[in-house]
Design a protein around this ligand. Structure first.
Ligand SMILES: C[S@@+](CC[C@H](N)C(=O)[O-])C[C@H]1O[C@@H](n2cnc3c(N)ncnc32)[C@H](O)[C@@H]1O
Length: 315
């Protein structure tokens, strides 16, 4: 992995809150030492894996201005730089996603399957799918197939550009079984840690939501290309767009991620791979006035204040 991000050098750190146990006594001391060793082991593993230096943060050894730090502590994994700390936190958006509320999310509206939708025909670009779920749905007629599906299984979505997984959490709240792919190893680690903390946390509803989220590390393009046609009902794409770097859309909490994310260079391949995987719909997040992804006009758009969702309905 390349270890320069902007002007910052990737550094792995053991956080300040990790006590090494010396200050306490007896049982308490043993527990603290074990916790310290577990965090240290993890930090050492990633320092070796990514060929990055390992430091322990203290008042005498704070974060330096030329460092992008991946910090391991008892609170999980966080990204530190420029006096900021960024860590995934699903609980922060959970209230929006309670039953009766998630229905109002724009993303949920964009993913809704309607009875009659204007479709785009990409059939000539694909292989014969006779016998596949898509062909079966066509044979049955979509509405009847939907009803059968709803009874027999959850609808599935691939979030092919997972990032910090918040959109995926919204999709899980809407009832989807969500597969997530994240190609950047550091963002993947932060997201994996966020999911693990949610899974082990006190909040029952959140535990239920993350049990529907399945994360893999790597580029989703080869994965979509290799998938059985119709493998996912829906594919969701939210590649970073260049304007987002400067835009007010970049909330402070996510500013640090911009040292890691690169604007998508492979828009065309990403969209073609998604079309080739033959979901019923592809939903794409774009800036309100931004160009269509890979120049492809969607079936329809759902505009918001600052962003819009473009929806491609496949025939
Ligand atoms: C704008 S962020 C997505 C934010 C996400 N929707 C959320 O709710 O947090 C884009 C992410 O997609 C990832 N990405 C871009 N292209 C990818 C690909 N082909 N496969 C996997 N991840 C990809 C980037 O590394 C980045 O983390």
């Amino acid at each position: 992995m390349h270890n320069l991000h902007g002007n910052k050098k990737l550094t792995i750190a053991i956080g300040r809150d990790v006590p090494c146990g010396r200050a306490s006594e007896g049982e308490d001391r043993r527990e603290r030492e074990e916790a310290y060793l577990a965090v240290r082991k993890r930090a050492e593993f990633y320092a070796r894996l990514w060929g990055a230096p390992l430091v322990t943060l203290t008042d005498q050894r704070p974060v330096r201005s030329d460092e992008l730090i991946v910090e391991f502590s008892q609170e999980g994994v966080a990204l530190l730089a420029d006096d900021m700390r960024s860590q995934g936190d699903f609980e922060r958006i959970l209230d929006r996603l309670r039953p009766g509320r998630w229905e109002h999310e724009m993303l949920v509206k964009a993913t809704r399957f309607r009875k009659k939708e204007k479709t785009l025909d990409f059939r000539r670009q694909r292989e014969d799918t006779a016998g596949s779920p898509c062909a079966l749905k066509k044979a049955l007629g979509m509405a009847e197939a939907d009803a059968r599906e709803a009874q027999s299984r959850r609808l599935s979505v691939l979030d092919a550009t997972a990032g910090m997984g918040e959109d995926a959490l919204i999709l899980a709240a809407a009832g989807f079984e969500v597969e997530l792919a994240e190609q950047d190893p550091i963002i993947h680690l932060l997201l994996e840690d966020t999911i693990t903390r949610a899974r082990e946390g006190e909040e029952t509803y959140l535990r239920q939501l993350v049990s529907r989220m399945h994360l893999v590390e790597g580029n989703s393009i080869p994965w979509m290309r290799a998938a059985h046609p119709g493998c996912w009902d829906l594919i969701y794409l939210d590649p970073m767009f260049p304007e987002r770097r400067k835009s007010a859309l970049v909330k402070k909490k996510f500013q640090l991620l911009h040292y890691l994310e690169c604007p998508a260079a492979d828009e065309q391949e990403l969209l073609q791979a998604a079309i080739g995987a033959r979901p019923r719909k592809i939903v794409i997040k774009r800036p309100l006035k931004g160009p269509d992804l890979a120049g492809q006009k969607p079936s329809y758009r759902i505009p918001g204040k600052a962003i819009r969702y473009d929806v491609i309905v496949l025939a």
